[in-house]
Design a protein around this ligand. Structure first.
Ligand SMILES: Nc1ncnc2c1ncn2[C@@H]1O[C@H](COP(=O)(O)OP(=O)(O)O)[C@@H](O)[C@H]1O
Ligand SMILES: CC(C)(COP(=O)(O)O)[C@@H](O)C(=O)NCCC(=O)O
Ligand SMILES: [K+]
Length: 269
């Protein structure tokens, strides 16, 4: 039976919101609408009122890596809007997790792994790159178990850190990387920073992917997502690229929520 879901993925830079229609749990949900709002901007509640009025709406799920902002959103949730279900406990996410402390893994990383399953007819191991505020490179075994991975700074974090932790370096515009590739030899401070930020991030991700790959068996399928997807995509032609991997994983998880699956004390950050 088809159901409509609205899902909120609250990250540390942007909140991604999507409305999806789902036919069955093993099928890719159809994306009806998405919105992405920088966390410095207000949530456009009046636009969302139309989404909330959708006749077959079954659930609104609120989740993501940014626990502080999730709490704020819950508090400012409009009185006349349907209440969201909080999806922040690991027990609400349908995936096996084999790491030291499963409850500490960012929910966003697990949602990516839940979504990645739907893109393959044949099960293989997977490596998932999500380059956002932080970038993660995660490993999933052939049987779908989340195995952990690597966490490194995202491009915007590097931009801010170079400026804030020195007395000499300016704040470069992170949006430039969407428009043009920097030359490796920067002839001025800004261009030298752009070179290091861009090629350094790509190189770091490549190295981590290659190391993760050598610790996995078989030929893993690579996935790529996150705000830096348009920047990295040309360099990973073998990857399955999807800007909404995490939203899709939230849809699958939210569709399987039962009334007993309410927020428990076991929660992911
Ligand atoms: N206009 C932009 N401003 C800043 N960063 C951007 C922009 N477009 C793409 N990016 C990239 O997106 C990353 C943030 O990704 P995002 O998905 O918003 O993060 P999060 O999931 O943590 O909220 C930045 O580190 C940068 O690499
Ligand atoms: C690593 C992250 C900050 C990435 O979040 P994002 O950049 O998407 O906002 C997030 O997955 C997180 O807070 N993780 C908790 C620690 C862990 O996953 O082990
Ligand atoms: K990330």
């Amino acid at each position: 039976m088809s159901q409509t879901l609205i899902v909120f993925d609250v990250g540390h830079t942007r909140t991604k919101i999507g409305m999806f229609q789902l036919q069955g749990n093993d099928q890719l949900p159809e994306c009806l609408m998405t919105l992405s709002i920088f966390n410095t901007k207000a949530i456009p509640w009046s636009d969302l009122a139309e989404w909330f009025a959708s006749p077959d709406l079954s659930v609104i799920a609120l989740t993501g890596s940014n626990r502080k902002m999730i709490e704020q959103l819950e508090k400012q949730w409009p009185q006349d809007a349907p209440r969201p279900r909080l999806l922040t406990s690991k027990s609400q996410i349908p995936i096996e997790v084999n790491v030291d402390a499963p409850e500490k893994v960012g929910a966003d990383r697990l949602f990516n792994a839940v979504a990645a399953r739907l893109f393959q007819e044949r099960p293989t191991s997977k490596i998932i790159i999500d380059s956002g505020t932080a970038a993660t490179v995660d490993a999933v075994s052939e049987d779908g178990t989340f195995l952990g991975g690597a966490i490194l700074p995202g491009i915007l974090m590097g931009v801010k850190a170079l400026h804030e932790l020195t007395t000499t370096l300016p704040l470069v515009d992170a949006r430039q990387f969407l428009k043009k590739t920097p030359t490796a030899i920067g002839r001025n401070t800004e261009d030298a920073m752009s070179s290091g930020l861009f090629w350094g991030h790509l190189g770091a991700i490549r190295e981590v992917v290659s190391r993760v790959q050598s610790e996995l068996t078989g030929e893993p399928q690579l996935f790529l997502t996150g705000g830096a997807l348009p920047i990295l995509e040309p360099y990973f032609p073998e990857a399955i690229c999807h800007p909404d991997l995490s939203l899709i994983g939230i849809v699958i998880s939210a569709s399987q929520l039962s009334p007993s699956h309410d927020e428990s004390s076991e929660s992911t950050p």
